[in-house]
Design a protein around this ligand. Structure first.
Ligand SMILES: Cc1cc2nc3c(=O)[nH]c(=O)nc-3n(C[C@H](O)[C@H](O)[C@H](O)COP(=O)(O)O)c2cc1C
Length: 233
């Protein structure tokens, strides 16, 4: 199918229309093997904050964004925009603005409880990844859509939908061999302005992508075990 043939148009108000869905079944033994392998590979994902400046294939990033855009979304409204920031000057401006916000945050705006939660991560207001990583994705959520006549069309479950899409983005990047960080400088209002996004979009996360630096370290964290997160009723 060509890109043009697949172009999405809003389905709001359309009647129900169905197409067959018959994905090939995977034998149980293969499912088990795939699931076990995936579990191990996903457990190897870590948030990286020190990136190599080595280039990483842009096509991997584009494919990962395409994977993210297959995410389920409330009423299929796909309320996301992924901005791939290539312009070095724009990236410098994002870093400067993010570091300014983060400086105010770390100097007290966050409050002691939040700062205590962050302490084990070893983070501070300096954000070199915003300029060092070979790729930078800024994810925006579309709080609503603007109809052709300028009217507002509400979007549903926007936070949930964009969160799921970003999870799929991170998984796709990791499984394709690239590292990433979900960075949420708070507040993020400056991103809409710097990136010239429309008023119906709100920044959700800044995601540097690339390879870990040779001397990269990550905080020594442990994850909850399956029986700490899974309740069977
Ligand atoms: C919604 C969200 C916001 C985050 N914001 C930041 C951030 O602003 N800065 C940062 O360094 N890490 C941020 N992180 C990364 C988390 O600190 C990290 O995922 C967590 O410490 C677990 O580490 P791991 O990803 O290596 O398992 C964020 C993660 C999520 C999911």
């Amino acid at each position: 199918m060509t890109e043009a043939a697949r172009a999405w148009t809003p389905t709001h108000g359309d009647p129900y229309r169905a197409v067959p869905y018959r994905p090939a079944r995977i034998p149980a033994a293969e499912s088990l093997a795939r699931a076990a392998e995936l579990r191990e590979r996903m457990d190897g994902r870590r948030t990286v904050r020190q990136f190599s400046t080595d280039p990483a294939p842009e096509q991997v990033v584009r494919d990962a964004i395409a994977c993210a855009a297959t995410a389920p979304s409330g009423a299929h409204q796909q309320p996301w925009t992924f901005v791939l920031v290539k312009d070095a000057d724009v990236r410098r401006r994002i870093r400067a603005a993010a570091e300014e916000e983060e400086r105010v945050s770390y100097e007290g705006r966050l409050g002691e409880e939040w700062l205590a939660a962050l302490r084990p991560l070893g983070t501070d207001a300096v954000k070199p990844h915003l300029t060092d990583a070979p790729h930078l994705i800024v994810v925006f959520q579309q709080r609503h859509r603007l109809g052709e006549d300028g009217s507002k069309r509400k979007h549903y479950y926007v936070d949930e939908s964009v969160g799921i899409a970003v999870g799929m983005l991170l998984s796709a990047l990791h499984l394709s061999g690239l590292a990433a960080l979900v960075h949420t400088p708070s507040p993020m209002r400056f991103l809409r302005e710097v990136l010239g996004r429309p008023a119906n979009e709100k920044a959700f996360a800044v995601i540097p992508v690339g390879y870990p630096a040779e001397d990269c370290e990550v905080p020594a964290l442990t994850r909850k075990s399956l029986d700490q997160v899974l309740v069977e009723v």
